[in-house]
Design a protein around this ligand. Structure first.
Ligand SMILES: *Cc1c(COP(=O)(O)O)cnc(C)c1O
Length: 432
């Protein structure tokens, strides 16, 4: 519970912001990243890590090492590169498991998010005439919607009758967890799969993943999560919370780089189920016999058993650079800073912008990560464009939302102060 004593006493001055930066134990991590957009010698105010995380300065050397080894060794790099390519994805397993609160057997880095979602649906969405529905949130990410719609049709059902889309209550902008429970109470027996975004991309709401998993399982549903906006943003305990599967991308808060290799979690309870239906490829085959090229497929037990192809080494190298930074910073410390940083943004918005900004994201810190979604009265799009001209990078989501994500690894309290300052100034100059 958040009590009033826990709420830090913020002050609305640039000096106070600079003082918070000076006292920030994680402040030096910013120097490990390239801050883009230097206009007039000034770094931009980058508040868009929810869309594409920044490049660690170390990424270059991790990727270069593989390019050099490829140049020197050719095919021998599979065995003799400084980091041999054959088991390359395994270099990430331990760190990934730690970050996701999972056991090593439960995680693998492969493909991209939507591909992994389809692979998981192949195994875990097994509709029957009496249990064929998928429960999603109404404002789910388009790619997730397309994926579930196409899977429903693939199995011979229709989204109109098999897709339940949970909307916020009238006049509200986020979903109440009780409402997930209510839908499951009413329709749970016909629901094959509950698939929710852990943090909604549009409104920034963090769902109660443990509670939803329990509710879904108690009705006999499979439970899966899309962690695109949660991975690297909030602490996760996937093993203990117990969803059947989860998928995430690594180019948002994880800073892996554009289109970087994604992640996939399959709960340990399914590790031994090598007979689960799945789409197979040789990289998911038993490592001991893979190169004997046997005729019959024998999946690896655990998440690795869902791999298809030999992985892309260059993006995995860039992901290693990013994950090493997470390990050094530690998620619990990042979360502590994140709560303060986003709390500061909320404070300044309430102090200075309450006449024209509505915060759609829950105000309870337990129900959000670092992102706040702002609905701006009047011409929000024009205001967003003006922010861009002032070298403030955030993003716009139609119809009327500006998403702002102060990221604890590289954003400062001063960034947040300047953002609100520019927002106030530009709003005051908007044509009426
Ligand atoms: C960013 C995001 C995706 C992106 O999917 P890709 O397959 O990586 O292009 C999917 N789902 C959600 C919820 C996202 O936020």
């Amino acid at each position: 519970m958040v009590t009033s004593q826990d709420i830090p006493a913020y002050t609305n001055t640039p000096d106070a912001a600079l003082a918070m930066d000076a006292a920030d134990p994680l402040a030096s991590f910013r120097d490990q990243f390239y801050i883009p957009g230097a206009k007039d010698g000034q770094e931009c105010i980058y508040l868009c890590g929810n869309s594409l995380g920044l490049q660690p300065k170390s990424t270059h050397s991790y990727v270069s090492e593989e390019l050099e080894d490829w140049a020197k060794l050719g095919v021998d790099g599979h065995f003799h590169a400084r980091h041999p390519w054959l088991p390359y994805h395994e270099y990430l397993t331990e760190q990934t498991a730690r970050l996701m609160g999972a056991h090593e057997v439960e995680v693998v880095n492969m493909n991209t998010l939507t591909v992994n979602l389809h692979l998981m649906l192949v195994s875990f969405y097994r509709p029957t005439p009496t249990r064929h529905k998928i429960l999603v949130e109404a404002m789910s990410f388009p790619s997730d919607r397309y994926a579930v719609q196409s899977q429903i049709r693939y199995h011979g059902y229709e989204p109109q009758t098999s897709l339940i889309e949970l909307s916020p209550r009238n006049g509200e902008s986020t979903i109440q967890c009780d409402d997930v429970q209510d839908v499951l109470d009413q329709e749970g027996d016909s629901v094959a799969l509950v698939l929710l975004g852990a943090i909604n991309y549009y409104n920034g709401q963090l769902m109660d993943l443990a509670g939803i998993t329990t509710a879904g399982h108690s009705k006999g549903c499979v439970v899966g999560f899309d962690l695109a906006h949660a991975a690297g943003n909030v602490p996760l305990e996937l093993h203990d919370w117990g969803p059947d599967f989860a998928v995430w991308c690594s180019y948002k808060y994880l800073n892996g780089g554009p289109g970087c290799v994604a992640g996939c979690f399959v709960h340990e309870r399914h590790a031994g189920h090598t007979d689960l239906p799945r789409f197979a490829g040789w990289w998911g085959h038993n490592k001991d016999t893979r190169f004997d090229m046997p005729a019959d497929y024998e999946p690896i037990a655990g998440a690795e058993g869902w791999q298809l192809s030999n992985p892309s080494i260059l993006p995995l190298a860039s992901l290693r650079a990013a994950m090493d930074i997470f390990d050094e910073a530690e998620m619990s410390r990042l979360r502590a800073k994140s709560v303060k940083l986003t709390g500061y943004l909320e404070f300044l918005l309430k102090e200075r912008c309450s006449s024209f900004v509505e915060i759609l994201t829950p105000l309870d810190e337990a129900q959000r990560g670092c992102q706040l979604s702002l609905r701006v009265a009047g011409n929000g799009r024009l205001l967003f464009d003006k922010l861009n001209e002032r070298n403030v990078i955030c993003d716009w989501r139609t119809p009327d939302v500006i998403r702002v994500a102060p990221v604890p690894l590289y954003n400062t309290f001063h960034d947040v102060y300047l953002f609100v300052d520019v927002l106030v100034e530009e709003h005051a100059q908007l044509p009426l």
